[in-house]
Design a protein around this ligand. Structure first.
Ligand code: CDP
Length: 350
């Protein structure tokens, strides 16, 4: 651990890391960095490095936690053992439980949880490198990851700390300022200034508190702009890729080439059986099914019934006559879905 510096701010008003009192550290935000998560974000805030992953809305396990009228939000903040100077003992401790609780509360009321009853939205944040302000950095990353997961929110949440060193208010404390300063006030807010997290360590006068709040608001506004830009950049690039891939040229280019040497088939040797099967195909098991489908209405129950009917009437008998092995569509489908349900349940129970 480094010793307490004699002065935090020099005579020119410059802090030990070269910033002025009202400046935040450099911020880097990457969206969609984890393919297994529904939404993710990697964020650097000065020397802090955090990774956030969001899963959900998904089934709640254990089930007794589920709420009938809304989704539950769970937030897990974890510091990697190698993230701090002295190795941190792995696993949850009082501090990480506290940070997880306040951070969950800071995000939860911005999420439209009522849209997803009986489900869970899980947020995981791993601190890979810590340098003071990890809870605010984690919140910023989590907020972007939620947006990336498509979770409907009232707005993004942006966070930043304000504090006091050498009797001066400073924005976004670094490690020395946090450890040896006179006050540390992490704050999270929405772009319209609603505060969703406010904690305070140390002492400030009411006047300093008011001024500090204004500084934090400006810091959060800057963070918000960066979060927004990161999301817009990421999704505009994604849209470009999709648009490119669907142009007629690309479809033609991607289509498999027609094989040139096709061995001719002797059609004269066709047996009665084959003809029957061909006829069956002409009756159009698939055609009828297609006709019954409304565009974009694939899940309508009526369609499924029609499909089953079409397969059962006549066509199947003809196929049976022809000696071909006839799949028992309905039965097999039921069994398959049954198995899927069971295996899904097994997976989710894990
Ligand atoms: O990180 P944040 O400012 O949100 O929380 P803090 O409890 O004020 O911790 C300040 C800093 O102390 C962290 O960012 C870490 O750099 C450091 N720390 C540490 O070295 N070991 C710990 N077990 C916890 C925190």
């Amino acid at each position: 651990m480094t010793d307490k510096p004699e002065k935090f701010i020099d005579e020119n008003g410059i802090r030990s890391d070269g910033r002025r009192a009202n400046e935040i550290r450099d911020v880097k935000i990457e969206v969609g960095v984890l393919s297994r998560a529904d939404g993710s974000c990697y964020l650097e805030f000065g020397k802090n490095k955090v990774m956030a992953a969001v899963y959900g809305p998904r089934e709640v396990h254990p089930r007794h936690q589920q709420k009938s009228n809304r989704a539950i939000v769970r937030y897990k903040y974890n510091m990697a053992s190698f993230s701090v100077e002295d190795r941190k003992r792995p696993g949850p401790d009082r501090r990480s439980i506290e940070v997880s609780k306040v951070s969950r509360e800071a995000l939860e009321n911005q999420i439209f949880t009522e849209y997803f009853p009986k489900s869970a939205i899980d947020i995981f944040v791993e601190v890979l490198q810590a340098d003071a302000g990890t809870r605010t950095a984690a919140l910023n990353a989590a907020s972007v990851a939620l947006a990336d997961a498509g979770i409907p929110m009232r707005s993004l949440v942006s966070a930043c700390a304000v504090g006091k060193v050498d009797d001066t208010l400073v924005l976004d404390l670094n490690k020395n300022e946090d450890n040896y300063g006179q006050a540390d006030v992490p704050i999270a807010m929405t772009p319209d200034g609603k505060i969703t997290l406010l904690q305070m360590d140390g002492h400030l006068t009411p006047e300093e508190f008011k001024q500090g709040l204004e500084m934090a608001q400006e810091g959060c506004r800057q963070v918000y702009e960066l979060q927004r830009k990161a999301l817009i950049d990421y999704y505009s690039k994604k849209t470009e890729v999709v648009t490119e891939a669907t142009t007629a040229e690309d479809v033609k280019k991607d289509a498999p080439e027609e094989p040139e040497d096709v061995t001719p088939v002797d059609v004269t040797e066709d047996t009665e059986e084959t003809e029957k099967i061909d006829d069956t195909n002409e009756i159009g098991v698939t055609k009828e099914t297609d006709d019954t489908k409304e565009p974009g209405d694939t899940k309508a129950t009526g369609d499924t019934e029609e499909t089953e009917d079409t397969v059962k009437t006549g066509d199947v008998e003809e196929l049976e006559d022809s000696g071909e092995e006839v799949p028992e569509t309905g039965k097999n489908a039921d069994e398959t879905y049954g198995q899927m349900d069971e295996s899904e349940e097994e997976t989710s129970n894990e």
